[in-house]
Design a protein around this ligand. Sequence first.
Ligand SMILES: C[S@@+](CC[C@H](N)C(=O)[O-])C[C@H]1O[C@@H](n2cnc3c(N)ncnc32)[C@H](O)[C@@H]1O
Length: 420
Amino acid sequence: MHPNALLDLATDLLRQVLKLDAPADTIVSNFFRKHRQLGQRERHSLAETAYTVLRRRLMYANLAQSGTGALERRLAMLAWQGADTFLRGALGPNEQQWLAEVRAISTDSLPEKARHNLPDWLASALKQEVGDDFWPLVQAMDAAAPLDLRVNTLKTKRETAQATLAEAGIDAQPTPYCPWGLRIQSKPALQRLPLFIQGEIEVQDEGSQLLAALLNPKRGEMVVDFCAGAGGKTLALGALMRNTGRLYAFDVSGHRLEGLKPRLARSGLSNVYPAQIAHERDERIKRLAGKIDRVLVDAPCSGLGTLRRNPDLKWRQSPKALEELGVKQAAILASAARLVKPGGRLVYATSSLLTRENETIADAFTQAHPDFVPANAAELLTQAHVERADELVTGNGHLRLWPHRHVTDGFFAAVWERKS
Ligand SMILES: C[S@@+](CC[C@H](N)C(=O)[O-])C[C@H]1O[C@@H](n2cnc3c(N)ncnc32)[C@H](O)[C@@H]1O
């Protein structure tokens, strides 16, 4: 495709993505469905350019104040993720000169907002969360995430999967904490590898894998993944159960649960029972009350821990949305807790970085439920063979993962054991 035609498409894609009225990944995949002629490399340039603008929106908006023509075209030029020579092929002499001038501006001279690229409310909340670590956190969230894999230990061993990947020319290293994870620094296409097709590996951030380790379900147990979605954690739990017992995957979204089906088929698991529930107080929940050994609540949340992958979330979330989420999180946790049998384990998790979605919800639950005793996540993770678990856990015994400290998405988890 001619460079200018591709830059026009990037401009068009940015116009759609920057409306912020739908998740960026949905907009990007709909866009590619409409433009089937695009090759792999062109798609990569367009998607990465859009994501780069979302990551550094305020910086590029500041730089793009000069120049002429459509704003989105200027943003696309500034954020272009493709060969520079290719981009230059799309630009007239004035645009070339403008681009050279703005590229020469030192970003250190820009206002703070244009350097951290966060809305005000989120910048102040994160400063409160991490203090001096604010800028390292900003930097870590600005970088693309590595590609983490979970090895399906029901089918293979980590070393075997690593060796098979090496044979395919893919360098994968063991994840630092999780005993079944592999990390790849590049972005190879995995979908056509026999290893993937046969369900021996799944793409999953190490942080998510650690949540399954924290629940650590055993053979023959009754387990509930209360907010299972497309089942990323369900699959990890089913493998830990060695395909025995019963694992219920609940979610209010039938559409999300549909996404679990092909993954389940690949995984070789037959102990998983997906079920759509109407809400957290569904009849089905009542019938199982007090019968479940381990319950995971991977609650709906702001997702602000996943900004490396979903940079649009920082522009699409708001303090008002967080307020509504808080009410929902507390209600789901209280309802899911009723499932846990005496002696059983409950985990509440989010992929949020904010206390109000994490400790605040967990502490209120502890206060209101004296029969649930908070447990120390470091001890439980160590029992699950997680390396250096104390690096992952706060003084209050909660799991707290940070992109700048642990090179995972941001995650929180609190654990309780129900009194016998
Ligand atoms: C963080 S996502 C889950 C991700 C999933 N566990 C995974 O590992 O891929 C939260 C999920 O909670 C679901 N949800 C929202 N409200 C719910 C409710 N009242 N009861 C159960 N699930 C709910 C959403 O549909 C969404 O799939």
